[in-house]
Design a protein around this ligand. Sequence first.
Ligand code: CP
Ligand code: NVA
Length: 345
Amino acid sequence: MASKAFLEKQERAIPVQQDVDILSAAARLAGEDLCSIADLSSGEVRAILKLGHDIKVNPREYRHALDAKQMVLMFEKASLRTRLSFETGINTLGGNAVFFDHTNSPLGERESIADVARNVERWVDIIVLRTYAHDTITEMAANSRVPVVNALSDFEHPCQALADFMTLDEHFGNVAGLNFTYVGDGNNVCHSLMLTGAQLGVNVTVATPRGYSPDIEIVTRSREICEENKCRLTLVQDPQAAAEGADAIYTDVCVSMGYEHESTKRAPIFRPFQVNEALMQRASGNAVFMHCLPARRNAEVTDAVLDGPQSIVFDQAENRMHAQKALLLLLLGGLANVASFQSKG
Ligand code: CP
Ligand code: NVA
């Protein structure tokens, strides 16, 4: 018998409301890379979310969609969620994952990134990369004939943002018009959330300490996308004001991987940006708390908030797998093997 938690989850899996054309997205994205959320159109982001919802509810329909496809994960940094959600994701689509640990030797050190790409593409169908430098991802993509996916760089975390907005969509039924507040470091996760929010018509407010605001190119691109989708991006340095009336409050660690040497300097700067019960009180009554995880408990977020009733952090973690399965299907042309899409094609 299905557990209560499972049944509740099924009820919460609400598809994206707008008219979403998954087949057009599938046709355009087959063979493409995902280095940045900006590589996707608004319609493509919505298609990934909608497909993610369907995969979550009907996983058996997709069980053989990527039979025998090979994926390599090349990671320069530690990971729990990203590695396991990609591995379980491709395994449950019929494909296979190979993990290539690069935590002790940066990509491009033993041989050039271009030469790595020209080898790896001969064996696998898709390359998933977690790197320090974003350029490592774009260089691999430029030199590889198989799709390259950014699984976190110093500049973006697109797979995280897709899962996060899928989670919000599931929770609220629709994300367009929501007030989404990010509090903390304006770097990789924040960048991808800004772009994805803009693609989906979400009003995004970002509160960062002075000197830690998001990259200006991402701000400019997000605002251009906001204009098309009739939403706004607001940048502030006051977390209290940013939290006022928010539907979702999101934070990330203050010290990202690669910045550990700045821990002592950053701690006092980020202290006023901690998400605690007082900050959550300023948000809307039914607001949710979000975090990409891993969390540094009682640093950027208190235990009371992280473990409290408004927290949806483990739904976000779960949805990493469903959203990435949707992404893999589109990049690898797997929908052609799914019965419900064959009749529509
Ligand atoms: N959120 C996220 O990317 O987690 P990992 O670092 O564990 O992969
Ligand atoms: N900003 C964090 C995200 C980890 C998932 C980091 O880059 O370490």
